[in-house]
Design a protein around this ligand. Structure first.
Ligand SMILES: [Zn+2]
Length: 158
């Protein structure tokens, strides 16, 4: 008797920290860390930087690292109010990819292919939980280059 091997659907690892917030989420905002191309930093590094600014810790809810896997790390828990865009912190979530500057320190979309993929995966997962939330870039809220690409165009189909 031939036993047919059941094909299991390929399960991807769930993205850490993705869950429904106790807060009402109207905006999901993408940032860059404003660090130079090719360099990698962790959520722990950013936590330290933000503490040095006198904040309670990392202002973002997620970090997409510039490592070989584009590892997604959790920052502030989604139930806690992030610190990332003046005026909408209470009703938003913040995601930061590592990069955003060229070697001279000028704004540049430095995202690697894997970072692009990971950002998209995270946004898609969040979209399922927060179908009403609008995805935007920090530069749509203030006169900053961050995140150095046009989220409105790139994420219009998510
Ligand atoms: Zn920003």
């Amino acid at each position: 008797m031939q036993v047919e091997e059941k094909k299991q659907p390929k399960k991807e690892n769930p993205i850490p920290g993705v869950k429904k917030s106790k807060r009402i989420i109207k905006h999901i905002v993408v940032h860059c860390s404003a660090t130079k191309e090719g360099m990698d930093f962790s959520a722990e590094d950013i936590d330290r930087w933000h503490k040095n600014r006198g904040w309670s810790g990392i202002g973002y809810n997620w970090v997409v690292r510039n490592d070989a896997r584009g590892t997604i790390e959790t920052g502030r828990d989604v139930d806690r109010i992030p610190a990332h865009v003046k005026g909408i912190n209470r009703s938003s979530l913040g995601i930061c990819y590592i990069g955003g500057l060229d070697q001279n320190g000028d704004p540049k979309d430095t995202r690697t292919d894997i970072q692009k993929h990971q950002l998209r995966s995270l946004l898609k997962d969040l979209r399922k939980i927060y179908p009403e939330a609008e995805i935007s870039g920090h530069n749509q809220w203030s006169s900053k280059a961050c995140p150095c690409f046009d989220c409105k165009i790139e994420y219009s189909q998510i």
